[in-house]
Design a protein around this ligand. Structure first.
Ligand code: FNR
Length: 360
């Protein structure tokens, strides 16, 4: 691990550490994986407009999300089944989140129970949820999250059905073992062919979920609600009108609808229409501190990291996750210094140039 100098190098280590079926599950995207490439490529087309002769002898990366202070605007995205990456699963990831003083969004498809994750550390945790056809199962999870001290519910809205992930279909990826639902709901599906994850999702997920259901969610919890999976200004407006407390601009790490736009290319239109009424978080393709800076310059309050966290976990458990977060933080810090931004509030739209902007 000492040899590693950037987050991308963890992917190779994870590939070596994991059975092919699991590595493909973590790394893959939908169909042609065009959006998967674009999520990262689109960051490379954004350039900086750095300012000089600013006192950057002290850099303060700290910020607040829903009022919770974190050490840098870099959070952990919800990703499924951490025990496929490491025996300690989500408990290792949560410990790393606590050590890094950041927020972890625990997946509804976590392999550890939410109570186990809560008992292991005092990181601020949000719970991501899907809505099952059996709504009482989802409602019970939300109640349990409240009891276990989770601070927000992140409703993922881009999975009415699971995207076609061809590696998982070929590998006959196993259906998830989800201890959160033990005794409530069988998660074991044994399709004769294709992806077990897909077979499970199509059995469990409620594809009728729609904007009116935000009211249902509101009626069963007092926790703030964030909607994850917004890609257009139209839906961002609907989310604001529905009264949610935040938005996550996301294309689910390019695992759902291929040829969805790279998330960084739609962030600004969403920020514009939201107009500061609620926080806008961002994920998809963040692999460098420079990417974090670009997302903030285009109006995100913080970014979520998906695959690199799982790759760090697969490579070296809690320490691997810590190192991933540390490397991104260090890169972000130097980006702030070299751009002339000593604090998060100093990062503005004028610090970056997107490809559609002319040089004057
Ligand atoms: C995900 N993602 C995801 N999202 C969610 O809301 N619930 C989930 O259970 C999962 N599971 C999941 C598993 C794996 C293996 C991946 C890679 C992704 C999507 C995730 O939260 C996030 O949107 C993307 O991963 C962000 O993109 P990057 O950072 O992976 O490029």
């Amino acid at each position: 691990m000492d040899q590693i100098v950037n987050v991308n190098e963890f992917q190779e280590l994870a590939k070596k550490a994991l059975p092919k079926m699991y590595y493909d599950f973590y790394s893959g995207g939908a169909e042609d994986q065009h959006t998967l490439k674009e999520n990262e490529e689109a960051f490379r087309r954004i350039m900086f407009r750095p300012r000089v002769l600013v006192d950057v002898s002290k850099i303060d990366m700290s910020t607040k999300i829903l009022g919770y202070p974190i050490s840098a605007p870099i959070m952990i995205a919800p990703t499924a089944n951490h025990q496929l990456a490491h025996p300690e699963g989500e408990t290792a990831t949560a410990k790393a989140a606590a050590a890094s003083n950041t927020i972890m969004i625990v997946s509804y498809m976590a392999s550890c129970t939410i109570e186990e994750v809560a008992s292991i550390c005092n990181a601020v945790r949000f719970l991501q949820i899907y809505v099952y056809k059996r709504r009482e199962v989802t409602a019970q999870m939300v109640k349990r999250a409240e009891k276990a001290g989770f601070k927000a519910i992140v409703l993922t809205v881009d999975v009415p059905r699971l995207g076609r992930r061809e590696a998982d279909i070929k590998n006959k990826m196993i259906s998830p073992k989800l201890r959160n639902f033990e005794g409530l709901f069988s998660t074991e599906v044994r399709p004769s062919e294709g992806s077990g994850v897909e077979a499970f999702a199509s059995r469990a997920l409620d594809a009728s979920l729609n904007w009116k259901d935000i009211e249902w969610l509101r009626s069963i919890t007092k926790l703030p609600i964030l909607v994850k999976g917004i890609l257009t200004r139209e839906d961002a407006l609907k989310a604001v009108e529905a009264g949610v407390e935040g938005i996550v601009v996301s294309n689910h790490g390019a695992r759902q609808l291929d040829y969805s736009p790279a998330t960084i290319t739609v962030l600004e239109e969403i920020v514009h229409v939201v107009g500061g009424r609620i926080p806008v978080l961002f994920d998809g393709g963040v692999r460098r501190g420079t990417d974090v800076f670009k997302a903030l310059a285009l109006g995100a309050q913080a970014v979520l990291i998906g695959r690199p966290i799982v790759f760090g976990l697969a490579a070296n458990g809690e320490d691997g996750v810590r190192k991933v977060i540390d490397m991104l933080k260090n890169e972000f810090e130097i980006t702030m210094a070299l751009s002339g931004c000593p604090t998060i509030n100093d990062i503005t739209r004028s610090h970056v140039r997107t490809p559609d902007e002319r040089l004057h």
